[in-house]
Design a protein around this ligand. Structure first.
Ligand code: FES
Ligand code: FES
Length: 155
């Protein structure tokens, strides 16, 4: 018999039943709720591919147990914007053609969006600091910087 949890994700509540309350939030989002924007990269809190917002703050969902979420509001990339009405950082990502393979893109966009929500006009140093936990094997770091600067002019 599993344990029951209620997760609030992108404005909707979801009841889930899981066997292990220490199961990573990432697995609940991907496997139970079928929200596949957060990616499994390292599973160790070392790459950021799994980033979501928990009460507006970026968090690595691969190392966040479901039992630690409580009543917090979770936002995934799917809740940030829509194709018709993208978040400024999503628009800037496309305009700067940042993505290569795009495996990491979820983490970069979610982290950048959280930064701009807290600090709408960050300095280059602040952008680098915010993005420093993230890994991109394709080396898109320079383009990502340009996209955050561009989005900062739009928010
Ligand atoms: S998959 Fe979570 S930090 Fe790498
Ligand atoms: S675009 Fe390929 S890992 Fe970042």
């Amino acid at each position: 018999m599993g344990q029951h949890f209620t997760l609030t994700v992108n404005g909707k509540t979801h009841a889930i039943e899981i066997d292990d309350p220490d199961m990573p939030l990432l697995y609940a989002l991907r496997d139970d709720l079928k929200l596949n924007n957060p990616r499994f990269g390292c599973g160790l809190g070392q790459c950021g591919a799994c980033t979501v917002h928990i009460d507006g703050r970026p968090a690595f969902s691969c190392i966040t147990p479901v039992s630690a979420v409580g009543d917090a509001k979770i936002t995934t990339l799917a809740g940030l914007g829509t194709p018709e009405n993208p978040h400024p950082i999503q628009k800037a990502w496309l305009e700067e053609q940042v993505s290569q393979c795009a495996y990491c893109i979820n983490g970069w966009i979610m982290t950048s969006a959280a930064l701009l929500a807290e600090n709408p006009h960050p300095t280059d140093r602040e952008i680098k600091e915010a993005l420093s936990p993230l890994v991109c094997r394709c080396g898109t770091h320079g383009a990502a910087m340009r996209a955050v600067r561009r989005a900062a002019q739009a928010v």
